[in-house]
Design a binder for this molecule. Structure first.
Ligand code: SF4
Length: 395
């Protein structure tokens, strides 16, 4: 299926009349919306400030707007946020939300606090079309793309939970954003571009493109556009050093094999030694973790400004794979380091909650529909939590 046919087939539901949502509109669309109410363009700038800098969820709070205009806005528009179906917090501070969308679909986002930063992992689709073999989300069929509002809404919801309004200039708990949650963001690029431009806007959420990373499984034709229109950091789910193995682990490789993928990486706009591409490599016992694989990886990446994230595999029910041994991971990392490839082994986070991408949604779907509400946490907790890494793309 072509990219445009894919976007049409899995489009989010259109706004169906009634009150219209202002969240997720570009600045130009916001101005047009406000012009439709007979108001000048500067009102759109004021609204933008209230929505994305102050985090207003109610027009009544917008005290720089006239009472009459606020009342008219409340009659015709809404400031929509995803509903929290389930919220979990790990002992290590990792927070995970299962979010309910207007049509009842659910997606996940995760906040991972660290000493000097806080990263939000954001979803781009409900389910995923790509069936990567090691990925739990890959077992869930693709239902649809998320709208720009649903993507921006994940960031705003996290800001709500972190009580981080107005957007602070310094000392933020949410400093970085990774498009590594459920779905393949390059299969929903129009909405991802629109949403990230709102997220990057300096008069609003104001998260710089240098702090945003988009992770792809390798949708080669869309990679250049991502770099040109967004200029964000790129991460590539690599996971194998031969086409044979990558065809099995990341089936999109059959369409865009390693040679094409690496050519697109070399050409990624803005890539250089100070701004490297991250290659994600999940460590699978006896599958891709031998010293020979490590040497092959060094050869594969030798002319690309690159770093490698080694990700201990997080097993989920029904998977055919197991995590590499600590010794195998250490040996693998040492070979990369010797070749001057930065290659940290990612530390598992959120091990006491169901933090592997897609697990919370699967658990929710196993509950009767009536039980899927904000108090589903208790029911979910009855299920045995799995050792979990968190916030890696579908891991
Ligand atoms: S790893 Fe990413 S692209 Fe692959 S199935 Fe999982 S969510 Fe989809």
């Amino acid at each position: 299926m072509s990219q445009s046919a894919h976007a049409r087939s899995f489009a989010p539901p259109a706004d169906t009349g009634g009150r219209r949502n202002l969240v997720g509109l570009s600045r130009t669309e916001m101005e047009a919306e406000i012009a439709g109410l007979g108001e000048p363009a500067f009102r759109a700038r004021q609204l933008w400030h209230w929505i994305y800098h102050r985090g207003a969820t109610d027009f009544a709070a917008m005290t720089t707007l006239s009472k009459d205009f606020r009342a008219r806005l409340a009659d015709t528009h809404v400031l929509w946020r995803p509903q929290v179906a389930t919220a979990q917090q790990s002992q290590d501070g990792t927070r995970k939300w299962l979010l309910r969308l207007p049509d009842g679909q659910e997606v996940e986002s995760v906040h991972i606090p660290e000493e000097d930063r806080g990263t939000l992992c954001v979803s781009s689709q409900v389910g995923c079309t790509l069936t990567c073999r090691f990925c739990h989300t890959g077992t869930q069929r693709l239902v649809r793309n998320l709208s720009a509002a649903e993507i921006v809404g994940q960031v705003m919801l996290a800001r709500d939970a972190l009580e981080e309004w107005p957007s602070p200039a310094e000392g933020r708990q949410l400093t970085n954003l990774v498009m590594m949650g459920m779905g393949e963001p390059l299969y929903n690029l129009d909405n991802v571009v629109k949403a990230l431009k709102i997220v990057m806007d300096p008069e609003g959420l104001s998260i710089s493109k240098r702090k945003i990373t988009l992770s792809t499984s390798g949708v080669v034709p869309m990679m250049a556009r991502c770099g040109e229109e967004l200029g964000v950091n790129l991460a590539v789910s690599l996971h194998a050093v031969t086409d044979n193995l990558r065809n099995e682990l990341v089936p999109i490789n059959r369409k865009y094999p390693l040679a094409d993928l690496l050519t697109a990486c070399r050409a990624y706009p803005g890539v250089h030694n100070a701004r490297r591409i991250t290659f994600e490599y999940v460590m699978l016992d006896g599958v891709n973790d031998s010293p020979a694989d490590a040497h092959a990886l060094v050869r594969l990446l030798r002319d690309i400004p690159a770093k490698v994230n080694l990700i201990p595999f997080n097993p989920w029910p029904g998977t055919a794979y197991a995590c590499s041994t600590p010794a195998a991971m250490d040996t693998f990392a040492a070979i990369l380091m010797e070749a001057h490839l930065a290659s940290p082994i990612r530390q598992p986070r959120g091990q006491d909650i169901m933090a592997a991408c897609g697990q919370l949604k699967s658990a929710s779907q196993r509950l009767p529909r009536t039980a899927r509400s904000v108090d589903t946490l208790a029911a979910l907790e009855k299920e045995k939590p799995l050792p979990a890494d968190t916030a890696e793309e579908g891991l």
